[in-house]
Write a protein that binds this ligand. Sequence first.
Ligand SMILES: *Cc1c(COP(=O)(O)O)cnc(C)c1O
Length: 376
Amino acid sequence: MKIPFNKPHFTGREAFHLSEAAILGHLAGNGHYTKLCQGFFEERYGFRKALLTTSCTDALELAALVLGIAPGDEVIMPSYTFVSTANAFALRGAKIVFADSNPLNPNIDAGSLAGLITEKTRAIVVVHYGGIACDMETIMELAAKHRLFVVEDAAQCVDAFCNDTPLGSFGHLAAFSFHETKNITSGEGGMLVVNDASLIERAEIVREKGTNRAAFSRGEVEKYEWVSLGSSFLPNELTAAFLYGQLEHLDIIQQNRMESWQRYRNLLSPLENKGYIGLPYVPDYAAHNAHLFYITANSQAERDQLLNHLAGQGIHAVFHYLSLHSSPYFSNKHDGRELPDAVRYASTLIRLPLFFGLNEDETGYIAAGIKSFFER
Ligand SMILES: *Cc1c(COP(=O)(O)O)cnc(C)c1O
């Protein structure tokens, strides 16, 4: 059997909406389908303002511009994350202060944050790994106390919750991804969510090249002008039309992924009980979205051997995030603090194949492949 790591899912609705978009004849950004997608997220999850972007990377860069992050500012974020989380703020000249992960899961260790805050700290960026919520109650309380912005890197978080509140609605800003590897996709694509009403106008302006074009198109101003620095973050209507074809099947997609995730957990928990591997830890406050399924090995050597063993059986599992504080670009800028849990996840975590339609035979085969590594 050959099992890929990811397979993009087509709902069958995308082509219809793509041709509708072409018939409507407006292909640039902010048309009919962009508004439909943004409205979908605002209504379903109660986001104050949803703005489609060309990627989550761009949504994070837009967030840093909207917050006016500048040289001298400090921004706290986990070391165990994708490079885009850090690039967005480093590009603005901020000093990145990396925090460790939890001992129990790869999310930022909320208890370690108070000790990292200084006079210069402007923002905390959280990453909800695998759609499993960070400890948002603790983090929002701390941020309010020190008057810090909170940005959620919610790239992996469509339809995930913390204490029944959707992820992406806690931070002043949140960034989502619709990359091919995410639950809902337009190939490349993203979204900035603005929950702080005082940042909405500024987000609209920066997203549209520093102009007040959004207000102009609503008839609120008579002409649109250059009012600030900005850039272009708008996806075209074809991207939005494709995305809408996915959103129509959100519940079907989520149910299917949750079934695969649960099957993995059931099949692998005997191996966890024997101490061979670790499984995802989902705190009581978190309702995840089956974005990914990971296991942890007991050492890097064992992790690498297990990956080889699975590859030999046609199973494409992968490791990821090399901790950013020890990366070639950043290691000489890091302040030297040890971040043992970030390093541990970087050296022991494995992501198993997880995509829409991954069936019982396949999850069974993968679980048997893992078992056979430990019980040869
Ligand atoms: C996927 C991902 C991104 C980047 O998303 P793009 O849409 O590909 O730019 C950023 N952060 C995290 C945590 C991600 O998983």
